[in-house]
Write a protein that binds this ligand. Sequence first.
Ligand SMILES: C[S@@+](CC[C@H](N)C(=O)[O-])C[C@H]1O[C@@H](n2cnc3c(N)ncnc32)[C@H](O)[C@@H]1O
Length: 346
Amino acid sequence: MTDDHVQNALASVPEEYYTRREDGSLIRQTSSVDAIRTGLKRLDVRSGVRVLEIGTGSGFSGALLGELVGEQGSVVSMDVVSDLVERARDRHARRGADQIRVVAGDGAKGMTEHAPYDRIIAWASSDLLHRSWADQCVTDAVLVVPVTIAPLPRSNAIVRASRTRDGGLTADRLWPGGYVEMHPEELTQWLVPPRGVHARTTDGEGNPWWISGTWVNECGVDETTALSLVEVLASESHVEDEAVLAPEESAADMHTYLYAAGFEGLSMFGLGSRGWAPGHASRQGAAALLGDGRLLAAGDPSSACRVREWAERWRQAGKPGAGSLTPVLEEVRDGWAARARVPGGG
Ligand SMILES: C[S@@+](CC[C@H](N)C(=O)[O-])C[C@H]1O[C@@H](n2cnc3c(N)ncnc32)[C@H](O)[C@@H]1O
């Protein structure tokens, strides 16, 4: 699929007809045009193919898919929010886009009824590449899905996978990025991940702080200890004066490297009004690497030292970001967990 095809589709579909309500307000679940354009190019949607889209949202990306597949192709678009489903269905029908079907349901399960598919794209982040998707695809089908690449919420990257002859999946590319978590029911808040959080609290301004770490439970750390840690972070953390990363170094790249390297103590933190970031935690303290390359730390300073050491390891590895990591799929009960390998690393 060339830029031109996606560009032509963008020129033919009335964006605001989908993304704005009658009163002019934007549908909250709308992806940016740039993210949609990039996602569609990666999916390589040709005329006549059958696409499963997970995350209808405003209906705009589904409408573009409808243009790309043309009248000979088909699009099945799923969302867990039933009023979005009805709205998108109505909008497509009024434009006569009959090749697009909008269905309410959990995209993790796919939609057997209209399978098989040649392409699957998700606009919500998944913990797994689900077996149901492989089962509902033809051989060589392409999947473009945001997934967690470590057992931590929000450790996202976008993976390109394809369906193998034996019914499995293989992956060949990663890109940086991610979306709101895929969830079997409608979410009522987006600040705290729906899965994988070990302890949470709220600061004086009502902002959530949370922590997730594979070391909780596995290393004999219980959730009460995790709660004390997150409370210390919320009340006593400070941003260190000396940045870990130089201005030209990308925190997003180092974050993705950390997910791939999976160092002991790696954790994900919700940081009140600062959003969320990965870092190191132990029973005694924690340090998160913020998007501006500085550290937010609390308690025992050895966590901050550990993140500085990780930055050195990242530099020694050539500062890889998602684009230079190798995706690896590990088969699990319900599908494949996506992980990433550092170049030259094990
Ligand atoms: C970023 S929005 C999609 C935006 C859309 N592509 C557009 O053009 O407006 C993500 C959507 O995924 C939906 N979603 C979340 N979990 C889901 C699931 N398990 N199955 C299907 N849709 C899901 C959300 O309700 C939300 O509408």
